[in-house]
Design a protein around this ligand. Structure first.
Ligand code: NAD
Length: 297
C-alpha cells in the first residue's frame, strides 16, 4: 500500500481520495477549503498543511484542481509540491488542463528528479464515486506501470496515450465531443417542445437509434426534469474549450463548431449560470427560441 498525497478535494477529488482510502492506501489530504479536509480527516486521512508538506510526507502526490494556473501554483509555486522534490517522488496531475501547461510542469518535475504523469479523467461525479472513471494518461511507460494499481482504485478504462501532455490532448478531444453533443441535444429538445411534442417522449423514441449516446442518456433526463445541479460545471467546460481552442491555434487547426459552442458558454457565464451543470447549455437555446422545456410528469 502506498502513501498518497491528494490535493484538490472538490466534486471529483473528494470521492477519488475516498476510493483510495477504501483500497487501503494511507492518505494525506489538502485543499484551500477546510470542509472537505475535515470530512476526509474524520474518515481516517491525515491533514496536510501545504502542498509542500503533503509531498514531504508521501511517495505519490495526486492533484485534482480546476485549471492550469492552480496546478502551476500547487506544484511549482511557493510552499508547492516541488519544494519537497526528491528522486523517487511521483506527481500525478489528474486535473483537465492545457497540454502545454502539463508539459511545462512535467519538465520542471523531470529537472528535479521527480516523475510526472498527466492523467485527466472522464466519467463525471458518478464515475468518481463508483471508481469507474476513464483515465487518459501521458508520460513514461515505467512511471505509468508504477501508478497503475492506484489508478485502478479510481477508474476502469486506464490508457497510456503517449508522452506527457497526451493525456490532456485526449481529454480535450473528449470535451469537444461532449460539449457539441450537449448543444445538439439541447437544440433538438427545444425544437420538439416548441412543436408541442413531449421532449421526454422524443428522448425515449430516439435513444436506441443513431442519435443515441452516453451524453443523450445522461443529459436529456436532466434537461427534461430541470435538474441543473452540477455534475460538471459550465464554468469548467468553458475552461476546457478555451484550452482546446488555444491548442488548436498553436497547431493551425480550425475548430469552427467548438468555437460556436464556446460562444454559447460565454453567454451563459454572463447570465451568471457558470455554476450550473453543463446540461444547462440548453438554456442558451431556450432563450433564443423563447420557450422553456417544462418539467415532464
Ligand atoms: P471543483 O471546483 O469541485 O474542485 C476543485 C477543488 O480544488 C476545490 O475543492 C478547490 O477548493 C480546490 N482548490 C482550488 N485551488 C486550490 C489550491 N491552490 N490549492 C488547493 N486546493 C485548491 O472541481 P471538480 O469538478 O472537482 O473538477 C476538478 C478537475 O477535474 C477540473 O480540471 C475539471 O475540469 C476536471 N473534471 C471534472 C469533472 C466533473 O464532472 N466535475 C469530470 C472530469 C474532469
Amino acid at each position: 500500500m502506498a502513501k498518497i498525497g491528494f490535493i484538490g478535494l472538490g466534486i471529483m477529488g473528494k470521492p477519488m481520495a475516498r476510493n483510495l482510502m477504501k483500497a487501503g492506501h494511507e492518505l494525506v489530504v489538502y485543499d484551500i477549503r477546510p470542509e472537505p479536509v475535515e470530512e476526509l480527516a474524520a474518515e481516517g486521512a491525515a491533514r496536510g498543511l501545504s502542498p509542500k508538506d503533503v509531498a514531504a510526507r508521501t511517495d505519490i502526490v495526486i492533484t485534482m484542481l480546476p485549471d492550469g494556473p492552480e496546478v502551476e501554483q500547487v506544484i511549482l509555486g511557493p510552499e508547492g509540491v516541488l519544494e519537497a522534490a526528491r528522486p523517487g517522488l511521483i506527481v500525478v496531475d489528474m486535473s483537465s488542463i492545457s497540454p502545454a501547461v502539463a508539459q511545462k510542469v512535467g519538465e520542471e518535475c523531470r529537472q528535479r528528479g521527480v516523475e510526472f504523469l498527466d492523467a485527466p479523467v472522464s466519467g463525471g461525479e458518478p464515475g468518481a464515486i463508483n471508481a469507474t472513471l476513464a483515465i487518459m494518461v501521458g508520460g513514461e511507460q515505467a512511471t505509468f506501470e508504477k501508478v497503475l494499481p492506484i489508478f485502478q482504485a479510481m477508474g476502469k478504462t486506464i490508457t497510456l496515450t503517449g508522452p506527457v501532455g497526451a493525456g490532456n490532448v485526449t481529454k480535450l478531444a473528449n470535451q469537444i465531443i461532449v460539449a457539441i453533443n450537449i448543444a445538439a441535444v439541447g437544440e433538438a429538445l427545444v425544437l420538439a417542445t416548441k412543436a408541442g411534442v413531449n421532449p421526454d417522449v422524443v428522448f425515449n423514441a430516439i435513444k436506441g437509434g443513431l442519435a443515441g449516446s452516453a451524453v443523450l442518456n445522461a443529459k436529456a433526463p436532466m434537461i427534461v426534469s430541470r435538474n441543473f445541479k452540477p455534475g460538471f460545471r459550465i464554468r469548467l467546460h468553458h475552461k476546457d474549450l478555451r484550452n482546446a481552442l488555444k491548442a488548436a491555434e498553436t497547431l493551425n487547426v480550425p475548430l469552427p463548431v467548438t468555437s460556436l459552442v464556446q460562444q454559447m458558454l460565454t453567454a451563459l457565464l454572463n447570465e451568471g449560470e457558470g455554476e450550473l451543470d453543463h446540461s444547462g447549455i440548453v438554456r442558451f437555446t431556450e432563450r433564443l427560441a423563447k420557450v422553456e422545456i417544462a418539467p415532464q410528469a
